[in-house]
Ligand binder design. Structure first.
Ligand code: C5P
Length: 236
């Protein structure tokens, strides 16, 4: 069996054409592509279908957070698009997460597809103690991450998105089968951009990441394909 390629390239570009060009260029060196809000809102579900049509796996990162019924329907729609991973906010609560996971499983079964991995987002890395306090959460971000991670797993989710610096603590409290998907990856040869807490691809994998979400270090490189190949080599 081919070795798992854990690199997910963030297609953080505004148009379908740019996304498809980037995807085509780097596809042989990466494991999947992430389609986020900017691209999805501008190019629509069609871009998901077009990237899937190349044979590549898709991580649809729309971070749903709504009443359980609405999130379940959105997850069912994402499952019909045949994405391999998608995201919801764990702060939406246990009932919302259970509904999302159930919806992914049931729709996938009805279609004869594998269920997409519904990933829980705990505390956004842009949030700090003050951000949590102003919405009435007195816990510090690290404590809240662990609390929401436990709730997500207890609610049936099979994976989480986490910052590189949370991987070790999460691995200590979570079952080994839980997939951890980690952005905030920097190789050291480029600037950190707006990422403040980063690890290298190798460090993140050694800490226990299952997948690495990498945007600018690949798509903003002079040669994105070569940048992706170099990262893949670095993680052995
Ligand atoms: O360009 P860069 O490698 O920083 O891209 C990282 C990707 O991961 C972006 O799509 C960004 O929105 C996403 N992300 C992140 N930090 C989080 C959650 C998602 O950088 N905490």
């Amino acid at each position: 069996m081919a070795k798992h390629n854990p690199i997910i390239v963030a297609l953080d570009v505004p148009s379908a054409e740019q996304a498809l060009q980037l995807a085509e260029q780097v596809a042989p060196a990466v494991g999947a592509f992430k389609i986020g809000k900017e691209l999805f809102v501008s190019a629509g579900p069609d871009i998901v279908k077009r990237v899937r049509a190349t044979g590549a796996s898709v991580f649809l990162d729309l971070k749903f957070h709504d009443i359980p019924n609405t999130v379940a329907k959105a997850i069912a729609a994402a499952t019909r698009l045949d994405v391999q991973m998608t995201t919801i906010h764990a702060s939406g609560g246990g009932e919302m997460m259970r509904a999302a996971e159930k919806s992914a499983q049931e729709m996938a079964k009805a279609l004869g597809l594998p269920a997409p991995l519904v990933l829980g987002v705990t505390v956004l890395t842009s949030s700090n103690h003050e951000t949590l306090a102003e919405i009435g959460c007195e816990a510090d971000p690290e404590t809240q991450v662990l609390r929401l991670a436990r709730l997500a797993v207890a609610s049936g989710l099979r994976g989480l998105v986490c910052s590189p610096l949370e991987i070790v603590a999460l691995r200590q409290i979570l079952p080994a089968r839980i997939q951890l998907v980690t952005p905030g990856i920097r190789t050291g040869t480029e600037k950190a951009d707006d990422q403040k807490r980063t690890l290298s691809p190798r460090e993140a994998m050694q800490a226990g990441a299952s997948w690495l979400v990498i945007g600018r270090p690949i798509y903003a490189a002079d040669n994105p394909r070569a940048a992706a190949e170099k990262i893949l080599e670095s993680i052995g």
